[in-house]
Design a protein around this ligand. Sequence first.
Ligand code: UD1
Length: 318
Amino acid sequence: MKVLVVGGAGYIGSHVAKALMLKGHEVTVYDNLSTGQEINLFKQNRFIKGDILNYPALVEAMRGQDAVVHLAAKKAVGESMENPMLYSVNNISGSLNILNAMVECGAKYIVFSSSAAVYGMPEVSTIDENVPLNPINYYGFTKLEIEKFMGWYDRLKGIKFVALRYFNAVGYDADGDIRGKEINSQNLLPIMMEVVSGKRDKLKIFGNDYPTPDGTCIRDYIHVSDLASAHVLALEKLNQGMTSQSLNLGTEKGTSVLEMLRAVEKVVGRKLPAEFAPRRAGDPAILVASAAKARSLLGWKPQYLDVEKIVQTVYNIN
Ligand code: UD1
């Protein structure tokens, strides 16, 4: 298929572009390089530097494409609460431009990077797609709204979609083909790596009084290459006639902050300075996916189930 990977120079997008290329798809990356990096591009893939807010340029890139993988978004939860306008424009208006350009150019399928943030603070700890959708931050709200817009564009214009609700994306390409590290990531594993490199004095563990076995928050850390393979499968299934879907992507295995710290310490071979700090606002105690739907509908199976192996792929590029 001819696939436009929007945001394909970014952290997850570059892994998706590689996975699509290896499966023989004709990939064009469309990215404004605001957080994406040229070093993440593969010379085999076509690259267009462009912004999703530039509608004429987007339409130009969309001509002749069969499908879109859309990963261009702002994704800092805290920032989305302070500056929602940025998220309204980039995430919502930008996504509507993509859907409109698809209609204008006749592209049929879209795979969209959604998030577990659409669930908010669920009452259950293992989350399937039937759990009520109740985002508690504006970032999660934008992801949910885009899912709803895609539902309408399916009904009204026949564009088929798969929304992939990522749990906690981590790791890097194990072959070392993707070398652009995420810059200033506020997520746990990149922060731990800054403690390893000495850029940061110590890790602050946000809360040790959660109702979990060791008192720290539990998350479902899913390797980025496993996320990437799900995008390829989703596109191929849509092309074979699958109806539109929203699917969770996770390992179905929880790891606490302390367990992640131990895994990093094991990989780097030394203890790391860490201290307990107050809870961070808006952090649910446990978020673990049920990914049964993705497994059965896509035939997807994550390969990285061991957190140490995941950490190793991060350590290798640091
Ligand atoms: C959040 C979003 C997720 C989004 C991701 C992107 C929700 C429910 N989840 O994930 O959708 O894709 O951000 O940024 O909104 N922690 C520490 N110390 C630190 C940093 C983190 O203890 O210095 C802990 C957090 O409290 C949390 C865990 O590590 O329990 C993971 O945190 P983080 O990597 O920020 O991801 P989430 O908040 O789970």
